[in-house]
Design a protein around this ligand. Structure first.
Ligand SMILES: Nc1ncnc2c1ncn2[C@@H]1O[C@H](COP(=O)(O)OP(=O)(O)O)[C@@H](O)[C@H]1O
Ligand SMILES: [Mg+2]
Length: 245
């Protein structure tokens, strides 16, 4: 459903992404692993239309070129981003944040139905609907952020480090929710530092190092790859990274 090739990005002179290629089939959970600064957030922002890509790339969603579309039209195509740091409105209530997610035209007709689905996914939000989001725990705020993205009726959900800073218990709840989201027919592209939990729920995995593709494969293959075990699963000391040509 999503096809990317030759995607590059410069922040001034600094090349954050170099000729990235990636694809996602309908119904997949795809995880992107990579160290801090590898370019993961930049990649998600480009897919979501928040950063303009350098020319010459392929960025297609469900067969259509979306490289030139502004962010709000990408949401209308069915791609929703849960950004790093969640991007929710702390002074607003849970209900208000969720309502904002239903603003896109593609979501308005089904708002009540979608709200019921979000509350089924995260039952603990039900009794918090009138609470200001800033007074909630990090895990609950992440649920609001994911819920808000789902309110836009996406077919592809992008998540930037959803488990960052969460307790192990709430992290597990977030990963469980992602599996349920996929079961409901929404494809998932997940950027994570928690490699173990990502490999457990993902179908396929891409590695990104210094803005470049550094490997990809099924989650099963990746789990058994000694380099991945060293670098991402803490099975032994990670080697210093080899310089890229
Ligand atoms: N707005 C920005 N201006 C300049 N450099 C940036 C900006 N955002 C990110 N970078 C740089 O681009 C690289 C990739 O960043 P990012 O995509 O946030 O990586 P990741 O999400 O993998 O940690 C890093 O070297 C980072 O310092
Ligand atoms: Mg990031």
């Amino acid at each position: 459903m999503l096809e990317i090739s030759a995607l590059s990005h410069f922040y001034g002179k600094h090349q954050a992404l170099a000729e990235i290629a990636l694809d996602i089939a309908s119904g997949e959970i795809v995880a992107i692993l990579g160290a801090n600064g590898a370019g993961k957030s930049t990649l998600l922002k480009m897919i979501a239309g928040l950063i303009k890509p350098a020319p010459g790339l392929t960025l297609r969603f469900e067969g259509a070129d979306i490289a030139e579309l502004p962010a709000h039209l990408i949401v209308e195509r069915g791609i929703a981003l849960v950004p790093e740091g969640r991007g929710i409105f702390g002074e607003l209530t849970v209900a208000e944040n969720l309502q904002l997610g239903a603003y896109p035209a593609r979501a308005r007709a089904s708002e009540a139905d979608r709200l019921a689905k979000v509350l089924a996914l995260f039952p603990r939000l039900t009794e918090r609907m009138t609470q200001a989001v800033r007074t909630m725990s990090g895990g609950e705020q992440q649920m609001v952020a994911i819920g808000r993205a789902l309110m836009s009726n996406p077919t592809l959900l992008l998540l930037d480090e959803p488990s960052l800073g969460l307790s192990p218990l709430l992290s597990r709840e977030v990963f469980r929710a992602l599996k349920q989201i996929r079961e409901s027919g929404v494809s998932v592209l997940l950027v994570e530092q928690n490699a173990r939990a990502s490999l457990d729920i993902a179908d396929r995995v891409y590695l990104i190092e210094s803005g470049r593709n550094a490997g990809s494969g099924s989650a099963g293959e990746m789990k058994n790859n000694p380099d991945i075990q060293r670098a991402y699963l803490g099975k032994a000391r990670a080697p210093s990274s080899p310089s890229q040509p």
